[in-house]
Design a protein around this ligand. Structure first.
Ligand code: HEC
Length: 143
């Protein structure tokens, strides 16, 4: 019985996660071809790859440049579901932007910790609004 409940919960979790990969039936394949990421989803993917690049720069002791102004479009980009821009979303996005800005202002010795703190604020928001990408985001953290 416990097993069945756990199985059900995992299924429910996968169902509600927002990066739910579906089986490719013909109808769903059409849906995939037609899929247009929202401005927010596109921004998120850009932020993911930019931060992956930043992580490499930190590990190689390279110059990280300055705060990327385009991160600020998190305040205006349209979401797949406009209901998602809740008060919580606004609060988490402010926290994320503040942490990113302090990371870009960091001294060399604090760079790693402040980077991880900024990435933790990606995760904090995702825990409330979109759990699917969390395992991917965690890979950005520097051990
Ligand atoms: C304030 C909340 C918030 C913050 C901060 C945030 N995200 Fe997101 N993220 C979302 C929401 C909501 C979506 C779903 C967007 C949509 O479908 O329109 C999303 C979607 C994503 C996706 C999936 C995009 C796709 O192709 O569907 C990835 C990957 C992602 N975020 C990574 C990140 C990373 C990396 C960071 C930090 C650098 C971050 N997120 C910060 C809320 C947030």
């Amino acid at each position: 019985m416990k097993f069945i409940i756990r199985f059900f919960l995992v299924g429910l979790f996968l169902f509600i996660s927002c990066q739910n990969k579906k089986e490719n039936t013909e109808a769903e394949a059409t849906e995939l071809v037609m899929y247009q990421p929202s401005e927010m989803a596109a921004l998120m993917n850009t932020m993911y790859y930019m931060n992956l690049d930043t992580k490499k720069k930190i590990l190689n002791n390279e110059n990280i440049g300055s705060f990327p102004e385009r991160f600020l479009t998190i305040h205006t980009a349209t979401l797949t579901d406009t209901k998602d821009r809740t008060d919580d979303f606004v609060r988490f996005s402010n926290e994320y932007i503040n942490n990113m800005k302090s990371f870009y202002r960091s001294d060399l010795v604090d760079r790693k910790n402040n980077f991880n703190k900024a990435i933790q604020s990606c995760i904090a928001c995702h825990q409330t609004s979109c759990r699917g990408p969390i395992p991917r985001i965690k890979k950005l953290l520097i051990q």
